[in-house]
Design a protein around this ligand. Structure first.
Ligand code: ADP
Ligand code: MG
Length: 250
């Protein structure tokens, strides 16, 4: 079922539509994302960005069309394949999703194997290889020195970088980020997005990241996809996308 060809798509959406009861939230979405691309998903509030990301990670089933992630349709692949797919798809949330009273290191370890289990018996019970990998991932996001600090004492930008390090534990092939910088100030936002871009380039994973700020989208992405009222209204390489054209969709 998995398509192993190097030119295969990371993500292929065909005639995708989603309705909640009588309310149509997405319609006629076609999108083909190749491995390693950093796609910025922009559009006004209520456009359907979060719904689109939830369709991609299999949290919602589409009412029209198909979703194909890494060669697998999350809606029809069965529970076992879906579990496997979930380990290959990382998610970064607006509100970080960390356990505030635990350290950065403990939170990162919770991302190992995509289990998000609580480290009930402490860091020392994790295999040494995982602990080393956690420290290395914290280093990659610039937070190795903060690894024993409680997450609720870190700044918002630092917390989101911990969340990125946690996702790196999965060795995900796609990372979906839903407005990961919406609650951060502009400086921290750029730093978090640059971190995500750096680690995605290092590991070669694909990123689909919804963003409210078009200037940030233009600074970090390879490709900009805009949604409005549930339709895809723009899909262009970032270098060919003007800020004015993006501002026009809001
Ligand atoms: P965005 O992330 O771009 O702000 P969303 O995907 O969250 O947009 O929402 C798009 C539209 O879908 C909104 O009108 C929202 O109210 C609606 N919506 C989202 N989830 C549900 C749901 N579970 N049930 C009904 N309507 C929903
Ligand atoms: Mg949203």
């Amino acid at each position: 079922m998995t398509n192993g060809s190097p030119t295969a798509s990371s993500l292929l959406l065909q005639d995708l539509g989603m309705s909640f009861g009588a309310k149509t939230v997405l319609k006629g979405i076609n999108l083909d994302v190749k491995p390693g691309q950093f796609v910025a998903l922009v559009g006004p509030s209520g456009a359907g960005k979060s719904t689109l990301l939830r369709l991609i990670n299999g949290s919602h089933r589409p009412t029209e069309g198909t979703v194909n992630v890494l060669g697998v349709n999350p809606g029809t692949c069965g529970r076992k394949n879906l579990q496997k797919l979930r380990t290959q798809v990382g998610f970064v949330f607006q509100q970080f999703g960390l356990v505030g009273r635990l350290s950065a290191m403990e939170n990162v370890l919770m991302g190992a194997l995509g289990s998000l289990r609580m480290p009930r018996y402490g860091i020392s019970t994790y295999p040494a290889a995982l602990r080393e990998k956690a420290v290395s991932n914290l280093e990659r996001v610039g937070l190795a020195d903060h690894r024993f600090q409680r997450c609720d004492t870190l700044s918002g930008g630092q917390q989101q970088r911990v969340a990125i390090a946690r996702t790196l534990m999965q060795d995900a092939r796609i990372v979906l980020a839903d407005e990961p910088v919406a609650s951060l100030d502009p400086g921290a936002s750029l730093s978090v997005l640059n971190t995500l871009k750096k680690v995605s380039a290092e590991d070669g994973f694909t990123v689909v990241c919804s963003l409210h700020q078009v200037d940030l989208a233009l600074q970090v992405s390879d490709r900009v996809v805009a949604v409005r009222d549930g339709s895809l209204i723009l899909d262009t390489p970032t270098r060919e996308t003007s800020e004015a054209s993006l501002r026009g969709i809001y």
